[in-house]
Design a protein around this ligand. Structure first.
Ligand code: OMP
Length: 219
């Protein structure tokens, strides 16, 4: 679509491919859709990779201008992501931001409760990996609604697959509308497709990704 790609976005796509996180082929998604590409954030699985990932999240967040008081990393995948992001905010931007994450199983002894870390209050920035149909993120929004004095400030993700939600809007646009909250991503499918089309060794995948976008993507 000729959208301008920031240098950090191109670097991020290259990094995700190198790391085996972004793969091309045939994958069945949680939604049941068969996708010609998949993004497995669990493969940012070393110290160097996680440190770099945190810097990309921080760059996208700083670029967005979103204001927030606390970072929330929903279990499980959001936990290392929120830690990596807040470390990058400290190291790269001299910002000391509180963070909190949840346990999936409530504890019955010790401090109790299912939240660990800073208080979940004020404007909450949620950190997650991918949004496709928006199912996972809606569960997270319920946790914020249940916390006293917490309002969603924004959600920060690595990849916006830019797929349809319930209607003609994208899943992310529906989440933004329903929760009055911005969703910021490091990259979106359009940028991945632009990148793939430009690389001779990846160009073979461009048609399948384009066809997938025609079927499930938003115009
Ligand atoms: P939704 O709940 O449909 O928004 O899908 C988001 C979740 O799908 C992510 O948190 C992942 O568990 C998984 N997922 C990926 O990790 N990468 C992808 O490229 C696609 C999916 C997916 O299954 O849609």
């Amino acid at each position: 679509l000729g959208l301008v790609m920031q240098p950090y976005q191109k670097e991020f796509i290259e990094f995700a491919i190198q790391q085996g996180v972004l793969k091309f082929g045939e994958f069945t998604l949680k939604s049941g859709r068969i996708s010609p590409y998949f993004f497995n954030a669990g493969l940012f699985n070393s110290g160097v990779a996680l440190a770099k990932l945190g810097r990309f999240y921080a760059a996208a967040l700083e670029d967005s201008g979103v204001e927030y008081d606390v970072v929330f990393g929903p279990a499980y995948k959001g936990i290392p992501l929120s830690a990596a992001l807040t470390i990058a905010l400290a190291d790269q931007y001299q910002k000391d931001v509180p963070y909190v994450f949840n346990r999936k199983e409530a504890k019955t002894h010790g401090e109790g409760g299912n939240l660990v870390g800073a208080p979940l209050t004020g404007r909450v920035l949620i950190v997650d990996d991918v949004i496709t149909a928006g199912t996972a993120i809606r569960e997270v929004m319920a946790m914020i609604a249940a916390a006293d004095g917490a309002t969603p400030a924004a959600t920060l993700i690595a990849l916006d697959r830019q797929e349809k939600g319930q209607g003609e809007l994208s899943a992310i646009q529906e989440v933004e509308r329903d929760f009055d909250m911005k969703v910021v991503s490091i990259v979106g499918l359009n940028q991945v497709l632009d990148y793939v089309a430009m690389q001779p060794e990846l160009a073979q995948y461009a048609d399948a990704i384009s066809a997938y976008r025609d079927q499930y993507g938003v115009k």
